[in-house]
Design a protein around this ligand. Sequence first.
Ligand code: FAD
Length: 444
Amino acid sequence: KKIVIVGGVAGGASTAARLRRLDENAQIIMFEKGEYISFANCGLPYYIGGTINEREKLIVQTVEAMSSKFNLNIRNLSEVVKINKEEKKVVVKNHKSGETYEETYDTLVLSPGANPIKPPIPGIDECDNLFTLRNIPDTDKVKAYVDNKKPKHAVVIGGGFIGLEMAENLHELGIKVTLVEASDQVMAPLDIEMVSIVHDHLIDKDVELILKDGVNSFADKGGKVILSSGKEIVTDMIILSIGVKPETTIAKDANIKLNERGAIVVDEYMKTSDENIYALGDAVEIMDFVNKKPTMIPLAWPANRQGRIVANNICGKNEKYKGTLGSSVAKVFDYTVATTGNNEKILKRLGIDYEVIHIHPGSHAGYYPGAFPIAMKMTFDPKTGKIFGAQGVGMDGVEKRIDVMATAIKGGLTVFDLQDIEPCYAPPYNSAKDPVNMLGYYAE
Ligand code: FAD
């Protein structure tokens, strides 16, 4: 069996490692067009901010270590530029030597990820201080710019996870940040009344927050950002973090089925429209676990989980991917913001009947020092009690409650079961009635 994997980071490396565990004899070749495999994408903003202080810590596996540990043929700086699915071959460009060659496969796995969106905003190509963040070379560029140019002001465009993490990390370096977001809120997975806590906190932390205003153009090589409202911001650097788009050109050229946003369409076994090709991670369309509609959720948990499932299926296990909940968490200065499942915006858009509960319990017993309220919101079906989603914002213990809710949703528990969840309790950690129990009591 000869398996070729395109992409050597989250999804690709998980697939390769699992494949080797299942099959000692398979020939496994993993191509990565960049220099680094298996690096810590999620840690990049924290290296820029200095919380992670050694660059090596970002590199989870080297080509040499992973190749020998798992007996893999890993080729970095090697880009798959074409898929010939009829002949079951890929064309590879070696960026070290410049040479191009073919490699055959029995099964091909695509985990090429997603690229930061960089729209053709007037002036963007002339900016020499504008950065996007996806990989280690991007991170090196931002870090070198910050270290050498000592910027005093930055504009972060886009209030998603990466934008907020960058805003905080640049702030940590003493850089004044203006955050520009075209919609009326940052962090789309939160509903507006929940995210207003985050907005206030950003302002408290001296981030200039500009909502409902997009970028119209850049002037002075990025020294000036001009917004749709006409407002002009003079700045030293720009982070563009307005989302990602699947990196699927080679799949498209090979006539592998894509959705209208360019994501690879896969079945529940993660197989593409071609019998011999699987795909996973940020590049694919998957099913929303709650509403069962197709969606795209570029997060690390799905990429890792799907990698394991793809490997299992290549080895004949016929395992289904059950869908993505989109459980996510972010540190926003002193707050932790976490969500899982469907929020009110999604349910409204889909015309699903729902009810909402808001509570503000303490993170642990109020008489023990250091308890903070957690703002929690749950969406659910008033008829069946099915839990659609949960959101939490607070200083402590937020993600643990959202993790319990995510477990409840995946396990098929209803709001009526929440009273009976029995979490561990002692005053420094919890109250005898956990916030998740409280949601259950209110829902009754
Ligand atoms: P990737 O991990 O991006 O790997 C794809 C690889 O394929 C790339 O290295 C690319 O160079 C390579 N490739 C593409 N095309 C080719 C080709 N033709 N030939 C050879 N190689 C190719 N997720 C979370 O859940 N939590 C977080 O806190 C979080 N933080 C993040 C912070 C940042 C700054 C970034 C950028 C991402 C973050 N993510 C986070 C998202 C998470 O990293 C991704 O969801 C995950 O890495 C997706 O895995 P993947 O295998 O699909 O893609």
